[in-house]
Design a protein around this ligand. Sequence first.
Ligand SMILES: [Zn+2]
Length: 114
Amino acid sequence: MPIYIESSDRPFIIPAQIKMGHKTLTVRLDEYLTFTENCIGKVNHRTNTIHIQKSTEAWPIPFENQVDSYFHEVLHIALERAEYNELNEDEDFVNRISGFLAQAALSSEGEAGK
Ligand SMILES: [Zn+2]
């Protein structure tokens, strides 16, 4: 069940680097990921890199889909590091939960406490 994600005037910024557990991960926007891997998000565990398809003229990707893919891969890594292997292999579970996380990020407004 795909989850519709509304656009936001103040979109979430996909970070260039994050820490999960004891590892630092780099996030890269790759021009040819869809062409070479037939997906818009992928994790390379050897290089600790999250690859997201860059939106190009040849492969236009809505920003919402890039953010959705980012959270999808982050959730896979979190489940792997937390040793929830069965959940990590459940793509439907990962899609649903990461879709909600992406929606929360993309719909965020204001600054708490201000
Ligand atoms: Zn997946």
